[in-house]
Design a protein around this ligand. Structure first.
Ligand SMILES: Nc1ncnc2c1ncn2[C@@H]1O[C@H](COP(=O)(O)OP(=O)(O)OP(=O)(O)O)[C@@H](O)[C@H]1O
Ligand SMILES: [Mg+2]
Length: 261
């Protein structure tokens, strides 16, 4: 669960949004919508902790693992595909690498042995032995060949990299997933796979998207950023659209009536 409490963001004095109060809970998918430049990506950065709000706070229970779709397509160029995906669960990744480094040592001391067995225990506890096959499933689900698992990220095309970074964000069963425009550069098959993934997922998903079909399929709630206000509605995009049109029509009618009087 994420609690957004009295959050405001100003850039050089100009408010982007003010006094936002929201509770985002498990088993729900929240779609963030709003015009270009309304502050969707900024709001996501506030939720992920990448950006400190000007006022208020975002509260996330301790030991909650949150995963964010990386926007920098070159950040993992030095990594293999499988390492990039497993990096999505940073703790597991670090254990795996420390363990591998110990086994690579030529002078393996008693202390190394003790440390290695500690790491092995933690690794097993975190289902580490399944990490590669889990990564492979995600990669293949998104329509990439298993054969690229051990390729260097720098050797992939832009679209392939986007898919690997998406697999990274989904890897290892995080409790919260934040996705900014995840369907950009995805083919229809990969979008359908992502929709199924989100529908089956039991944590909290928060997604910025301009793709109405996608929003309609996956969202349980809409978060609308408009005129410096952030409002949450229950329902998918279509439901939000229909009801907001209805409300606008009602307001117009009321105004007309008042003018006549
Ligand atoms: N670090 C920053 N400093 C100053 N202004 C910023 C900063 N980050 C974003 N902005 C401004 O805040 C506004 C909202 O930006 P943001 O990227 O959150 O919009 P968005 O809703 O994601 O837009 P888009 O649909 O184009 O992705 C923009 O006017 C942007 O120029
Ligand atoms: Mg944006």
């Amino acid at each position: 669960m994420i609690t957004v409490s009295n959050v405001s963001v100003n850039f050089s004095g100009t408010p982007l949004f003010s006094d936002v109060n929201l509770k985002l809970t498990d088993n729900n998918c929240y779609g963030i919508i709003g015009a270009n430049g309304a502050g969707k990506s900024t709001f996501l950065k506030v939720l992920s902790g990448d950006l400190e709000p000007t006022k208020g706070e975002v509260i996330i229970p301790e030991n909650t693992r949150m995963s964010v779709l990386k926007q920098d397509h070159f950040a993992f160029d030095e990594y293999t595909v499988v390492d990039t995906v497993i990096y999505g669960n940073k703790k597991l990744y670090d254990i795996m690498k420390e363990k591998d480094a110990i086994y690579m040592k030529e002078d393996f001391s008693d202390e190394d042995g003790i440390r290695a067995s500690e790491l092995e225990a933690e690794f097993a506890e975190m289902n580490g032995w399944e990490a590669e096959s889990d990564a492979s499933k995600l990669i293949q689900g998104l329509g990439l060949s298993e054969e690229i698992l051990y390729s260097q990220m720098s050797s992939l095309t832009g679209n392939e990299k986007v898919k690997v970074l998406l697999a990274q964000a989904l890897f290892g069963n995080p409790q919260i997933i934040l996705l900014d425009e995840p369907t950009n550069n995805l083919d229809i098959k990969a979008i359908a796979w992502l929709e199924d993934f989100i529908l089956d997922y039991e944590g909290t998903v928060i997604v910025v998207s301009h793709d109405r079909h996608f929003l309609n399929t996956v969202c349980t709630h809409m978060i609308d950023i408009d005129y410096n206000k952030i409002k949450m509605y229950v329902g998918n995009y279509e439901f939000w659209y229909e009801s907001s049109q209805l409300i606008q029509a009602m307001i117009k009618q009321q105004n007309k009536r008042q003018r006549k009087r």
